[in-house]
Design a protein around this ligand. Sequence first.
Ligand code: AMP
Length: 417
Amino acid sequence: MAIKAVKGTRDILAPEIRNWTEYEERARKLFRRYGFEEIRTPIFEYTEVFSRGIGEDTDIVHKEMYTFADRKGRSITLRPENTASVVRSYIEHRMDLQARVKRLFYIGPMFRYERPQKGRYRQFYQTGAEVFGSSSPLVDADTIEMVVRLLRELGLTGLRVDINSVGCKECRPDYRAALQGYLSGHREALCEDCRRRMETNPLRVLDCKVQGCRTVVADAPSIQDHLCGGCRSHQEQVFHFLDMLGVSYRLSTGLVRGLDYYTRTVFEVISEGLGAQNAILGGGRYDNLVKELGGPDVPAFGWALGMDRLMMVLGDRKLYDEEATFYVLPVGNELTYAVETAAALKNGGYHAVVLAEAVSLKSGLKQVNRAGGRFVLLAGESEKEKEILILRDMKNSTQREIFARNLQKEIKNEIAK
Ligand code: AMP
């Protein structure tokens, strides 16, 4: 039996892949406009990077990691997200000494052992941005605005920024206690996971998708009523800068996000067309993570965007311009003339393919049809002698002779038609 791709993984093929590469090119260009540099960390790390970086009580660390022992028995994990790895790298390379504020972005695959469903894979792709070394609310707003701009420039509409604060070391314990008190009065109505979370990480209950838990959560105390002065003023300034930058947002008091490391700002960008898995990206501030992973006391802000979901939202919309390929058909045994013609086309920046396998005119044209091609250049022996080519348009089933020396000009006219 033929071997298939592993469950939850898939091949990204043409033409879909073209949207991916075009998106990646545009994203890279845009991020550089905002002072970000690319970083590529390994796709696997010592397990500790994630267990300490993401938090033991998260779903990711608890049950979704691809963890294995390498040949020397060390515990290795395929990265389920990239923030912890980027922080590991930031610390390892003492990037805090290189710049007061360091702006980094990444694009690449992540791995989580989740139940595959629409828009949810075991190997999926994220684009992310991280800013280290600034606690300014402007960084929060600016980094959110950057990704909103990216999505807008891709032509997306129906986007919504949901934002909240999860407080800090000062005020969260107070809120946590209030929430725990409330939840313990509704214990029976919570799902099994939430009864556990209630003890270890009650804020995560706010995130639960189970209907019974949602009903309980609807009347839970709001973190907004427990923020300390510093967190409140930070939030107000983030809103102020978002207003200034023309980003519309909605305060979403139940938003907490799945990862433990967030402080103050958390946010998600929702695409209204996506259904249940409707968050395209999420992120927030994580002022304690660098220190917790053994680095200097450096505040940070970041987000991660799910590229698979983004591509779903884009659907059939093409980000790239369709460029015509010219199929050069040797006709007969004479390959040289076809090769020269194709080289001239490529020199001019056109896409050209020699149909070296075509045994006849008929089989050549059939190949082109199957590939959905439109333009064919017949470049056989008799054409070579006359220094001409026959340019055939498959769409209209028309053809005409052109002088080889006028190739570039003729092609340009043909494409413009
Ligand atoms: P997270 O790292 O969980 O905050 O996720 C950030 C974004 O990555 C989400 O908003 C999703 O768009 C995307 N994402 C997370 N998990 C998956 C998955 N298993 N398959 C596809 N996309 C995912």
